[in-house]
Design a protein around this ligand. Structure first.
Ligand code: NPW
Ligand code: ADP
Ligand code: K
Length: 500
């Protein structure tokens, strides 16, 4: 699914009006109906609902929502925040329609007009939408502050008032802090950026049948991966396949005290369809790995505690494997750095690089130029900051992510809620699955195993990253269903992996 910017959303609106064709007021009615359908489902107990409307089309939506909820016998109070002398045409149209069914529209022109809001009430925020062009001030700001102070549930129409759709807010901006945001047709970039969490709440998209062809043709670097996108990437297995058909992966993982990372990545790799798996661990990990992961072959390193790349038994040269995954639990021992230095120039196929392998790259930046093209790097934000530089806001972070992927011709998975997969072409795919239960040690090692398995099976690196991150988050969601986000562990995520 695409993510479009505010200008494109406006153009999409116009394109729908012209091409369907549909009158603007009817499109607004459709949006209001879609909102109301969601609202009556979630707030069926018909609590007193205060609707705050601005003077643009978001306010117009609010007035239409008010009328539709009155028709459904909701106890509604309507407030129009009069911050400017002019209203939009569709606001005025809906204002006239509303006046036919109720006299009780109230106007907020000064702080004295702002009503008190009680805890057992619901607030609908329709003050400002995607047309926000400057920080809120004056009576708009005071109304938002009053709503944020109130103990009631708050539902934002399309986007919280005061939050920009596709550009950074400043720390002093006053913005609605909703419990829910119900948005039209497509997600907005603002919804998936960490700093905006409190200005979005739980969000959901409702379909209002905007012009599909415009969406299909609209250029954008931003995508949102949903189940149907991931399903298209998943390959079927040939009836006559054998284990040689699905690649032979090598994982270079673990150090003394962190052999668990090796076990987790190996188990996840096997649960993600790899044909054969060899795991190279420091000698201290040999018995552990052979016991915990009997399906994998194990190469003990000559070093007892760290990986040096010297195997204690006969082994294939790394370049002969379908792919490699390197990093989980390896530490930053000088011998491990030498291994990485010797290894990278010998490789031609994309590999997966995680954890301390990434930290070694940031400390020895010459190695970045030696990365096999289209390799997948999986930093969490701190690791990515070490590879680049601190960012002033989430939008700068995305620019930095895109620049890095382009410059080094790699795929970068910036992990976190809505993990972002940046491609060497400059696109960014945000993931829709996953939950805070994944914020626990070892889940990153699981992801490395998954991605290594997908590369070994011959998936294109961008597809492997998008699909692997989706499957990892989905397994996290299934683990959370069973154990709750608090009780789940990285091992539960592996157990919940499924590829159907
Ligand atoms: N797109 C779609 O597909 C559909 C969209 N729909 C709905 O339309 C909404 C977008 O409507 P919209 O363009 O009228 O924007 P909205 O935010 O209501 O008002 C803009 C006005 O506010 C003003 N203004 C700006 N910032 C301000 C501030 N800080 N403080 C005070 N004023 C400020 C701004 O002034 P200006 O920038 O022109 O000076 C302008 O006059 C969208 O969110 C959705 O709800 C659906 O109905 C149908 C399908
Ligand atoms: N709040 C969250 N929502 C969704 N996914 C999350 C959340 N927190 C963490 N994750 C996921 O969990 C994994 C954590 O990886 P990482 O930070 O490398 O952990 P570790 O090194 O302990 O294994 C990443 O895939 C990340 O996207
Ligand atoms: K709003």
């Amino acid at each position: 699914m695409k993510i479009l910017n505010a200008d494109q959303i406006r153009a999409l609106d116009q394109s729908t009006i012209q091409n369907e064709p549909i009158a603007p007021i009817n499109l607004m009615e459709r949006a209001a109906l879609a909102f109301v359908d969601w609202f009556v489902d979630h707030f069926s107990d018909k609590k007193t609902t205060k609707i705050f409307c601005g003077l643009g089309n978001n306010g117009g939506d609010g007035l239409a929502i008010a009328r539709l909820l009155l028709e459904r016998d909701y106890p509604i109070e309507i407030y129009v925040v009069r911050y400017a002398p002019r209203e939009s045409d569709d606001f005025m149209h809906n204002h006239r329609r509303l006046k036919l069914v109720t006299d009780s529209v109230r106007y907020i022109e000064s702080s004295d007009d702002i009503p008190s809001i009680r805890h057992n009430e619901v607030v609908i925020d329709a003050i400002l939408g995607s047309g926000l062009s400057r920080p809120t001030e004056g009576i708009v700001k005071s109304t938002i502050e009053a709503i944020n102070r109130a103990p009631a549930m708050v539902v934002a129409v399309d986007i919280a008032s005061g939050l920009y759709t596709d550009q950074p807010n400043t720390s002093t901006d006053v913005i609605i802090e909703p419990d829910y945001t119900i948005s039209f047709q497509l997600p907005k970039l603002a919804f998936i950026l960490p700093k905006n969490g409190r200005y979005v709440g739980e969000w959901q998209i409702v379909n209002i049948r905007l012009h599909k062809r415009y969406i299909d043709l609209a250029p954008t670097p931003y995508y949102y991966t949903q189940a149907r996108d991931a399903r298209l990437l998943l390959r079927k297995r040939d009836r006559f396949s054998n284990k040689g058909s699905f690649g032979h992966a090598l994982l270079l993982v673990g150090s003394y005290g962190k052999i668990g990372a090796a076990v987790l990545s190996a188990r996840a790799c096997l649960r993600s369809g790899v044909g054969l798996l060899t795991v190279q661990v420091p000698a201290c990990g040999y018995a552990i790995l052979q016991t915990a992961v009997p399906e994998a072959m194990c190469l003990p390193d000559t070093d007892e505690h760290y990986l040096t790349g010297q195997s204690a038994v006969d082994s294939l040269p790394p370049a002969t494997f379908s792919t490699l995954g390197i990093g989980p639990g390896i530490g930053k021992n000088p011998g491990t750095l030498t291994m990485l230095r010797n290894l990278l120039p010998t490789l031609e196929k994309p590999i997966v690089i995680d954890a301390d392998a990434l930290n070694l790259l940031s400390e020895h930046r010459d190695l970045l130029d030696k990365l096999p093209r289209n390799s997948i790097l999986t930093p969490h934000p701190k690791e990515f900051e070490r590879l680049t530089q601190p960012w002033a806001n989430d939008y700068q972070k995305l620019d930095s992510l895109r620049d890095f992927a382009k410059k080094y011709k790699v795929v970068v998975v910036l992990k976190g809620a809505y993990s972002a997969v940046a491609t060497p072409d400059g696109d960014i795919h945000f993931n829709s699955t996953g939950n805070p239960g994944l914020s626990t040690g070892g889940t990153g090692d699981v992801l490395t195993g998954i991605l290594t398995a997908l590369l070994a099976q011959g998936y294109d690196p961008i597809e492997a990253a998008v699909l692997g991150v989706f499957a990892h988050g989905l397994a996290g969601d299934k683990a959370a269903e069973k154990r709750g986000p608090v009780g789940m562990t990285a091992s539960d995520v592996i157990d919940a992996l499924s590829w159907t």
